[in-house]
Design a protein around this ligand. Structure first.
Ligand code: NAP
Length: 313
């Protein structure tokens, strides 16, 4: 057994209205995110009472991508919940690189703004890397700037990308001891998979894992997964991870979010993760649902980074 606690089973109804047979040990991102945000709210109130600055997050949303608009709205709502100030700047889909860089420069120079995020992806005419490089590393609460990536690799205080940080907070919330585990991370993107592999291999708790980082060219992916004590699925292929790829008692973190058209839904879509939850969950010691797992933790981690940006001033 990898973790404390006896495994039990129950039928759980998720937000998508389907019922699943689940391991008792669900890594509930909604609950853990509420705990992170509640703690931040107290800290913000203490700062306000002491006459100190309140955290201020500025978000830039380019174009009309539905998913991006939803994510940014959730981030603005989280600011309201925690007592942060938020500013949302909307730019046209056709915005030029120069205009976007000027907007970032203005936010860099604004002493009232603590954290800046530019919602990705950006339209084809924009260089994402140039945009990331333009953000002041001290306000880079998404943790994508090369300075912060370097600091994360070195284990030096900076900003850690929100999704991997959220996963670490989730593991910490449920007091899961990851020391010595063999972790397999599927996906090597700069925003999820690669930083996740660095954090899990770090000399910390959670951390101290032996990490295998897999990608689309990996041979024998199933064999790697079958040997894993902890799997982080972050490849963006719905229902990719099947029960025969997971060993009994494994911890499974599903990062994937894919919108699938669903005419029966009011909003016209449903969300699928990278894990075939129904078949994988019964084999796991711990598992994250989609929705309600990593997603809320990403936002909680962003709030934490913004608070840090403010309090470090
Ligand atoms: P990405 O940039 O597209 O990267 C996908 C990674 O998966 C790449 O490294 C790719 O390998 C690898 N991959 C693709 N197909 C594979 C396969 N068949 N076998 C093994 N590896 C494969 O995606 P991302 O931005 O990291 O996002 C991944 C997923 O997480 C998406 O569904 C995204 O929506 C979701 N996401 C969720 C949150 C959240 O808050 N929950 C946050 C961010 C992202 P190569 O490098 O070889 O191409």
């Amino acid at each position: 057994m990898l973790v404390k606690g006896e495994k039990q089973w129950r039928v759980v109804k998720f937000a998508d209205n389907r019922s699943y047979l689940c391991a008792m040990n669900i890594l509930d991102g909604k609950i853990a995110a509420e705990a992170v945000k509640a703690a931040l709210k107290v800290q913000v109130a203490e700062r306000a009472a002491a006459g100190k600055k309140i955290p201020h997050l500025a978000a830039i949303l380019v174009g009309n991508n539905g998913a991006s608009a939803t994510y940014v709205a959730a981030k603005v709502k989280a600011c309201e919940q925690t007592g942060f100030i938020s500013t949302l700047i909307r730019l046209e889909e056709t915005v030029t690189q120069q205009k976007l860089l000027e907007t970032i420069k203005g936010l860099n120079q604004d002493p009232d703004v603590d954290g800046i995020l530019v919602q990705l992806p950006l339209p084809a005419q924009i260089s994402e890397q140039e945009v990331i490089d333009a953000i002041d590393p001290l306000k880079d609460v998404d943790g994508f700037h090369p300075v912060n990536v370097g600091k994360m690799v070195l284990g030096v205080e900076g900003f850690v990308p929100a999704t991997p940080l959220g996963i670490m907070l989730l593991l910490a919330h449920y007091n899961i001891n990851t020391s010595g585990l063999h972790a397999v991370v599927i996906g090597r993107s700069n925003i999820v998979g690669r930083p996740m592999s660095i954090l899990l291999s770090g000399n910390a708790q959670p951390g101290n894992c032996t990490v295998t980082l897999c990608h689309s060219k990996t041979k024998e992916l199933t064999t790697h997964c079958q040997q894993a004590d902890l799997i982080v699925a972050a490849l963006g292929k719905p229902l990719f991870l099947k029960a025969d790829m997971v060993k009994e008692g494994a911890i499974v973190i599903d990062v994937g979010i894919t919108r699938i058209d669903d005419a029966t839904r009011k909003n016209g879509f449903r969300l699928l993760g990278d894990v075939e939850y129904e078949t994988v969950a019964p084999k796991c010691s711990w598992i994250t649902p989609v929705p309600g797992g990593v997603g809320p933790m990403t936002i909680a981690a962003l709030m934490k980074n913004t608070f840090l940006a403010c309090s470090r001033k």
